[in-house]
Design a protein around this ligand. Structure first.
Ligand SMILES: Cc1ncc(C[n+]2csc(CCOP(=O)(O)OP(=O)(O)O)c2C)c(N)n1
Ligand code: SF4
Length: 293
């Protein structure tokens, strides 16, 4: 067995849970899971320091398949829960995983605020441009005129552009991958995890059961890696790549260094610590707890 295969085998033993994925045969999400397991194997993150938080959807079943202190929460609310995990224990490597519906429809209001806070976590969006779990309704990334169960005469809204939104919201690391390119996606997950701040990866992960437009072949025809000469600190250029109509660029669009939410919070807490006497703090806390006793 080659060294690479041996590493992959080892990563599976270490990080794959006993729960077998219930995704349809051929679902793009399998490729994302494979890349994620490989990335964990490369980074050797101990499972007691790992937390994967998801919302609801086919893609949001992800945390069940990986060993860690994981949370399968409610539709659209994975990001605020993940922020809570990070605040409670900044030592934990927090990953948020979910679909385009979970992230950009019901949960769309959370992304800008988490992005500008810049917590040190990774957000992986598995975009199949449809609601998979609920059997094929239109999503914010479904193409204009797409026929779905809720748009029988074709969608009349143009799709949103997740990469452009993430850039505009101030995410400090923005990348895109394709579920079929496991090698590149593994590397993107590693880079995103090493980044200190809010790192978002938009992954095109086709749903062969309900989306007959954004198929693997359709994506393969359009996918191009971002040229190596691209300067990822150039936000305007990143927008330009994200706006491409005839191509789907993959790779790292943008990265910047900015203080994290945890480090800013730490500064506030240290000011607060000195300002109030421990006894007063305890008394106030006890009064607060008494209200819920
Ligand atoms: C509050 C709430 N509203 C609606 C639903 C129904 N629901 C479950 S998953 C889902 C959308 C799933 O699409 P997406 O997030 O893109 O994930 P996918 O299944 O495609 O991976 C919806 C609308 C729900 N579970 N909870
Ligand atoms: S319905 Fe689509 S997204 Fe859900 S598991 Fe099946 S192929 Fe994957």
């Amino acid at each position: 067995m080659s060294e690479v295969m041996e590493k992959i085998k080892q990563a599976k033993v270490e990080y794959k849970s006993e729960v077998k994925p219930t995704w349809c045969p051929g679902c793009g999400d399998y490729g994302v899971l494979a890349a994620f397991i490989r990335a964990l194997g490369e980074m050797k993150i101990p499972t007691h320091k790992l937390s994967i938080v998801s919302g609801i959807g086919c893609s949001s079943r992800f945390p069940h398949f990986v060993r860690g202190y994981n949370l399968h929460t409610v539709h659209g609310r994975a990001l605020p829960v993940a922020l809570g995990v990070k605040i409670a224990n900044p030592e934990i490597e927090v990953f948020v995983v979910g679909g385009d519906g979970d992230g950009f429809a019901i949960g769309g209001g959370h992304i800008p605020h988490v992005a500008r806070r810049n917590p040190d976590m990774v957000y992986i969006i598995l975009d199949n441009a449809i609601y998979g779990l609920t059997k094929g309704q239109v999503s914010p990334t479904s193409t204009l005129t797409m026929t779905t169960t809720t748009t029988p005469y074709g969608a009349i809204e143009p799709p949103i552009n997740p990469v452009m939104l993430l850039l505009a919201y101030g995410a400090t690391f923005v990348a895109r991958g394709f579920s079929s390119n496991t090698k590149q996606l593994t590397q993107l997950i590693i880079e995103a995890t090493r980044h200190k701040g809010f790192a978002a990866i938009h992954v095109i992960s086709p749903c062969p059961t309900f989306n007959m437009e954004i198929t693997f072949d359709f994506v393969r025809e359009k996918v191009v890696e971002i040229p190596p000469e691209h300067d990822p600190t150039n936000k305007l250029k990143a927008f330009e790549l994200a706006m491409a109509q005839d191509k789907i660029y993959t790779g790292i669009f943008y990265r910047e260094e900015r203080p994290t939410f945890e480090s800013n919070l730490e500064k506030i807490i240290s000011k607060f610590d000195g300002a109030i006497d421990e006894a007063v703090k305890k008394e106030r806390l006890e009064k607060l707890f008494d209200q819920f006793a």
